[in-house]
Design a protein around this ligand. Structure first.
Ligand code: GLC
Length: 421
């Protein structure tokens, strides 16, 4: 049976279909990655129809880092133009004071959400954002090309590298001049922190700062993991990868010019879109590990919705957050954008499994995903991450060795920790 989403009906049911006497004008600030804003607009139209409120979208660039800098400025200035913010999972401790506590307003529904995700958005007992979708990356691989050359999806980074190299060379020799082995996120921003944390953690090199506060990053395994990644630049990965964020990697991949890609689940639905050259030609698996037996490591990502403390219409804003994070809205988001729901019941949903067959398998992967050290570094997390991605980017660019850059990083993080976090 074909799944049909009657958004207006859902909104009406959720909100009680009573158009309030004073309709509010509110706005939501959100990322322009993939088709995120198109789906939001569709759902906002339904919300408007059901409530009589109007909702404007404030369009943000895809980079989490750029969004964070802008939001921090707006919130520090008490900006009243944005009522609802789409927030990255790592921001809660840093922006908590600027957001409304959603605990009371969501007490009837919050129990349906994954407790760990709700926990990540709870700061000093205040629920500062409602989970919209969760995220755990995949290794995307071209099924057709692996079959053509008799290869299995790789389990280790070495296997990935060897398969990428061989297929890249053979495809180029056969006339596919633009073929690359592997694309990922190498730009100096939050995305590189995610990629590099995976290289390090899957090599037994820890998670930058451990949960007890120990700064662990300056170790041989971490250095070896970064040196391995440096070896990819200009060989299996284009040098331009040093400027790639998610969308640039997806661009190369989706035009059919990469054997492997590291990316988040949103790239699955887009890659299978009607006009996509790789439609039906790829699958996803867990990211590789350093050695057989090591645990696959995905960085935990995800996005939430928060209500600004400076909103002039907090009630309408809260209704909107509840509507956009509802079961029906998340189901539509999973089916159309292949974003991972934050409601556990949706992992047994047949319509979702039919539209996005990888999704039921992804539940244990995000449940075991590695968190970035945002809970431990608290308000200093952005500085910690910026120092880490800079050390990694320098290493990948040949600006100092991994060993040198990690030693400097350790010293910097120690100073930062000394000043309190
Ligand atoms: C994804 C993740 C987010 C992360 C970002 C980095 O959007 O969901 O948590 O910070 O990628 O680029």
């Amino acid at each position: 049976m074909k799944f049909r989403f009657t958004a207006a009906a859902v909104a009406a049911a959720l909100i009680g279909a009573s158009v309030p006497s004073f309709a509010a004008e509110i706005s939501i600030s959100a990322s322009s990655t993939g088709k995120n804003l198109d789906l939001f607009r569709k759902q906002l139209d339904a919300f408007e129809k059901a409530t009589g409120n109007t909702v404007k979208i404030v369009t943000m660039p895809p980079s989490s880092t750029e969004q964070f800098s802008q939001y921090r400025l707006w919130l520090a200035a008490g900006n009243t133009d944005v009522d609802v913010y789409q927030t990255d999972v790592i921001w809660a401790p840093q922006l908590a004071d600027q957001f409304v506590d959603l605990k009371d307003a969501t007490k009837d529904v919050v129990g349906d959400f994954f407790p760990a995700i709700v926990g990540s958005q709870t700061v000093n007992g205040r629920l500062v954002a409602m989970p919209l979708y969760t995220d755990a990356p995949a290794l995307f691989y071209r099924k057709d090309l692996l079959e053509k050359y008799g290869k299995q999806p790789p389990k280790t980074w070495d296997e990935m590298e060897a398969t990428a190299k061989e297929i890249q060379e053979k495809e180029r020799a056969a006339g596919q001049k633009d073929m690359w082995g592997y694309v990922f996120q190498g730009n100096a921003y939050e995305g590189l922190t995610c990629d590099a944390l995976e290289w390090v953690k899957s090599s037994g090199g820890g998670q930058i700062i451990e949960t007890d506060g120990t700064i662990s990053i300056n170790n041989e395994r971490a250095a070896a993991a970064l040196n391995r990644a440096k070896g990819w630049i200009g060989t299996i990965s284009p040098s331009g990868v040093l400027a790639y964020q998610e969308e640039e990697s997806r661009g190369v991949w989706q035009t059919g010019n990469a054997v492997f890609m590291r990316n988040w689940p949103y790239a699955y639905a887009l890659g299978n879109g009607a006009d996509s050259p790789v439609k039906g030609k790829f699958d996803v698996t867990t990211l590789p590990v350093a050695a057989e037996g090591d645990k696959p490591s995905s960085t935990l990502g995800g996005w939430n919705l928060a209500v600004s403390k400076y909103s002039k219409n907090p009630d309408a804003a809260i209704e909107l957050v509840k509507f956009l994070t509802s079961k029906e809205s998340q189901k539509q988001r999973a089916i159309e954008l292949s974003n991972l729901p934050t409601l556990s019941a949706l992992y047994d949903d047949k319509d979702i499994a039919a539209a996005q067959p990888f999704m039921p398998n992804w539940k244990p992967i995000f449940e075991n995903a590695v968190p970035r050290p945002s809970a431990v570094a608290k308000v200093k997390y952005n500085e910690v991450s910026a120092k880490f991605w800079t050390a990694v980017h320098n290493t990948l660019s040949g600006n100092g060795t991994a060993e040198e850059n990690l030693e400097l990083l350790e010293a910097d993080l120690t100073t930062l920790q000394g000043s309190g976090w």
